[in-house]
Write a protein that binds this ligand. Structure first.
Ligand SMILES: Nc1ncnc2c1ncn2[C@@H]1O[C@H](COP(=O)(O)OP(=O)(O)O)[C@@H](O)[C@H]1O
Ligand SMILES: [Mg+2]
Length: 460
């Protein structure tokens, strides 16, 4: 988040609470502190006063901000608190008065207050009930402007009922969906986020979701009644439900999108969400495309899937917040690490620890270098591959140029059909990039994945 934005936000907050803007001295202290600098000597010198005087003013400023923001503010945490407050816009004075939110951790409300059902479901909601469960707290959110507007348009204008937000792990699906929630929460009666990271059964998920809504006199006993109860809420209220980590419903070591035996019911549930008429949206975040999506997207208009790609040039903000230097080389670093925010964060830590944050010096090494955290992150993804996928991906790692699927026929001891399916599966896991040439589609592994596969599966 830009320094100017954070400063403006602090000033607006103080003004809203006290009717007074920050004075020049307070602003100077805040500006220096937000940049991680020792403020006292600099501000005292600039303003021709004593350091002691500045320190007293600073102590008063932290006290004022603590009162305004509702939590203990100090020079060490002021930036994090302001950025978080700005991101979630959680103060009652700035926040839309329509939204019930919890000021604590994220915008979650532990348990929604039971509302009375709206007389007319189409009317503007009088209060949004936001329950983000164990969603991660987001401190910084950079860019993704066009993705946010595409998703908002799809949900708000096109009334898409089922959306898949897809992409390789670390690309920013969770962060984007929480950013989206923050942007459009007031359009909904209910906003719910749940992670399926522990592969809960559909019944467990439904029970969990149903308790957020007004309780019926008789609790539904079986999965059928639970599904129809939820569908009835989705009809009566405008709800946005984000189910994250949907790939955890799928088997490891099987083709992507194959449901685990006790998660099979989700397939029917997702189909019902697409088929049955209602006014809500279910968003699924996954690093594997659910199998039935291709068919659902064709058959039902209110179903869409979006593939999330590189953060692009905005990833510079990540490098900035990681306090790296040599800005002129950042684009090279972003290109090598595919604009993947997680890969860049992990690499930034390595650069800070071993190269004093100097990107130019790091880039002198043979690229790409995969930090241990990044390797273990990739290892989790590659463990999920089937033997044919591994055979194909290992062959890809030895190729410098993109190739067509047919290239592998007779080169790998697998039937053409198995090779085609393996390439398709690798695409569904977002591990292979496709390049459209004039009359042919070529596939390639990006340098990070190629390096990982070579070091893990080819050489020892
Ligand atoms: N737009 C963004 N701005 C700032 N940080 C981001 C952004 N997108 C992702 N990140 C960071 O990258 C990391 C991975 O993001 P995450 O949303 O968990 O990815 P995914 O859900 O696709 O695995 C997190 O640490 C997150 O904070
Ligand atoms: Mg995630």
């Amino acid at each position: 988040m830009e320094l100017k934005e954070v400063l403006r936000f602090a000033d607006e907050k103080v003004f809203a609470e006290t009717g007074k803007h920050l004075d020049d001295l307070q602003e100077a202290i805040l500006k220096e502190t937000l940049q991680g600098r020792k403020y006292a000597a600099k501000v005292a010198q600039d303003r021709d006063c004593s350091e002691g005087y500045v320190r007293v003013a600073a102590a008063e400023l932290w006290k004022l901000l603590s009162e305004v923001l509702g939590e203990e503010v100090s020079k060490g945490n002021v930036r994090a608190i302001l950025e978080r407050a700005k991101f979630y816009n959680f103060s009652p004075t700035i926040n839309s008065e329509n939204v019930t939110v919890n000021n604590n951790v994220n915008i979650c409300q532990e348990k929604a207050i039971s509302p009375t059902p709206p007389q007319n479901p189409q009317q503007t909601p009088t209060q949004s009930h936001i329950d983000l469960g164990d969603a991660p707290e987001i401190f910084t959110f950079f860019d993704r402007t066009s993705e946010l507007s595409t998703l908002e348009n799809s949900i708000a204008q096109q009334r898409t009922r089922l959306i898949a937000l897809l992409g390789i792990s670390g690309i920013g699906k969770t962060t984007l969906s929480l950013g989206l929630i923050n942007q459009i929460k007031t359009q909904f009666d209910y906003v719910i986020y749940r992670s399926l990271r522990f592969s809960p059964t559909l019944e467990a998920t439904l029970t969990n979701l149903l308790q957020i809504f007004p309780q019926p006199t008789e609790a539904p006993q079986n999965i059928d009644t639970k599904i129809s109860q939820l569908l009835s809420h989705l009809r009566n209220y405008r709800c946005l439900i984000v189910l994250d980590d949907v790939q955890m419903l799928f088997c490891s070591g099987q083709p992507p999108g194959e449901y685990k035996s006790d998660c099979q019911d989700y397939q029917l549930f997702f189909k019902l969400i697409a088929e049955v008429s209602h006014q809500s949206c279910l968003m699924l975040n996954s690093s594997e495309k659910p199998r039935e999506f291709v068919r659902l997207e064709k058959a039902y208009h209110p179903v869409r899937s979006f593939e999330l790609g590189s953060l692009g040039i905005a990833a510079k903000d990540i490098l900035q917040s990681e306090k790296l230097s040599d800005e002129e080389t950042w684009e090279t670093l972003i290109d090598i690490y595919q604009g993947n925010p997680l890969w860049l964060e992990l690499t930034a830590t390595l650069i800070r620890e071993l190269f004093g944050g100097r990107v130019a010096e790091f880039l002198q090494c043979e690229m790409p270098i995969l930090d241990e955290g990044l390797q273990s992150q990739l290892s989790q993804q590659f463990q999920r591959l089937t033997p044919p996928e591994l055979a194909v991906v290992t062959h890809f790692a030895s190729l410098a140029e993109p190739v067509a699927v047919t290239y592998f026929f007779n080169k790998i001891p697998l039937s053409s059909l198995k090779i085609i399916n393996a390439v398709r599966s690798l695409r569904s896991r977002f591990l292979l990039d496709a390049i459209e040439e004039e009359k042919i589609t070529l596939f390639t592994l990006n340098p990070v994945l190629r390096h990982y596969v070579q070091s893990r599966y080819v050489s020892n």
